[in-house]
Design a protein around this ligand. Structure first.
Ligand code: GLP
Length: 261
C-alpha cells in the first residue's frame, strides 16, 4: 500500500488523479470504479482537466458505481445514478451509456438480489475494473459496506447504519427521506479491481483513515481491505493524515525506490 500525504485537499485531488491516470491501460475504453460523496469531487475535476488537455480520453470509458440507494424513484436527484451523471459523466466526459449503477429499483428482496448478482456479472463481462476510486465513511465504510461486512462479500442488498443515514441526511429534505437500504459492491468485488485509489481529506476522516491504514485487517473497519490489495494507493491531506503513526516512513517511501539515498 502506498500512502501519499499532501498539504491540502487540492493537492490531494491532484495526486489522486495522478494515481488514477497511471493505473489506466493505454488506449481507449478504460474501466473506472466510481465513488460518490464529496471526497472524490476534486479528483474528478482533475480528471476532467487531464481529459481537456488530451492526456486521457474517457469517451469510450465505462464506469461502475460502488453503490445505489434502494427505493428512490427513477431520476431522483439523490439517486447515485443521477449524482454520477452530474458529477462524473458531465464532468470528465464519460458517456452515459457507459455508466453502470446497481439497480435499486427492485420491488422485492429477490428482485434486488438478482439485480445485485447481475451487476457483478456485468463488471466481469467488462473485463473487470482497472482503477476503483474510493472514499471512506467516518465509520470506516467503503461504498456502503458498513462495519461487519464480510471481507469477501459480493454486490448485494444491505441495510444502512443509522450513522450513515444521518451523515447522508444533508442531501435530502427530511432526515426520514434517506433510504434504509442500498445495493453495494461487496468488499470482495472491490478487491478485484486492478488498482484501488482512496482519497480522504479533513480531520473528520482522520480516525477512520488511521484504522484503515494502520489498524488490523478487520470487517469492523471495511476500509482496512486496502491492506489486502496488491496495488492500493491512499491519498490524504494533512488533516486526514493526522492520526497516522508511521507518517515519517510514508514521506520517506514517497521519494521512490531509486537506490541512491
Ligand atoms: C457515502 C458513499 C461512500 C462514500 C462515503 C463518504 O455514503 N456511499 O462511497 O465514500 O459515504 O462520503 P464523503 O466523501 O462525502 O465523506
Amino acid at each position: 500500500m502506498e500512502v501519499i500525504v499532501t498539504p491540502t485537499p487540492e493537492s490531494a485531488a491532484s495526486a489522486a488523479a495522478q494515481a488514477v491516470l497511471s493505473g489506466l491501460p493505454a488506449g481507449a475504453g478504460p474501466v473506472l470504479g466510481l465513488a460518490t460523496g464529496s471526497s472524490p469531487l476534486g479528483l474528478y475535476a482533475e480528471l476532467a482537466a487531464a481529459a481537456a488537455a488530451g492526456r486521457v480520453d474517457f469517451s469510450a470509458a465505462k464506469g461502475f458505481a460502488l453503490d445505489e440507494y434502494v427505493g428512490l424513484p427513477a431520476g431522483h436527484v439523490q439517486s447515485y445514478r443521477e449524482v454520477l451523471i452530474r458529477e462524473v459523466c458531465e464532468v470528465i466526459g464519460l458517456p452515459m451509456a457507459g455508466l453502470n449503477v446497481p439497480d435499486g429499483s427492485g420491488a422485492t428482496q429477490a428482485e434486488l438480489e438478482a439485480g445485485a448478482a447481475a451487476y457483478d456479472a456485468a463488471i466481469a463481462a467488462a473485463g473487470g475494473v482497472d482503477v476503483q476510486i474510493l472514499g471512506i465513511g467516518a465509520n470506516g465504510h467503503v461504498g456502503f459496506n458498513e462495519p461487519g461486512s464480510s471481507l469477501s462479500s459480493r454486490t448485494r442488498l444491505k441495510r444502512l447504519t443509522a450513522r450513515t443515514r444521518l451523515d447522508n441526511a444533508r442531501f435530502f429534505e427530511h432526515d426520514g427521506d434517506v433510504p434504509t437500504h442500498c445495493i453495494t459492491q461487496g468488499l470482495g468485488t472491490v478487491l478485484e479491481a486492478r488498482r484501488l485509489v482512496l482519497i480522504a481529506t479533513g480531520a473528520a476522516k482522520a480516525a477512520a483513515v488511521a484504522a484503515a491504514v494502520e489498524g488490523p485487517l478487520t470487517a469492523s473497519c471495511p476500509g482496512s481491505i486496502l491492506q489486502w490489495h496488491a496495488d492500493a494507493v491512499v491519498v490524504l491531506d494533512e488533516a486526514a493524515a493526522s492520526g497516522l503513526a508511521n507518517r515519517e516512513y510514508y514521506d520517506d517511501a514517497a521519494r521512490g525506490l531509486a537506490l541512491a539515498p
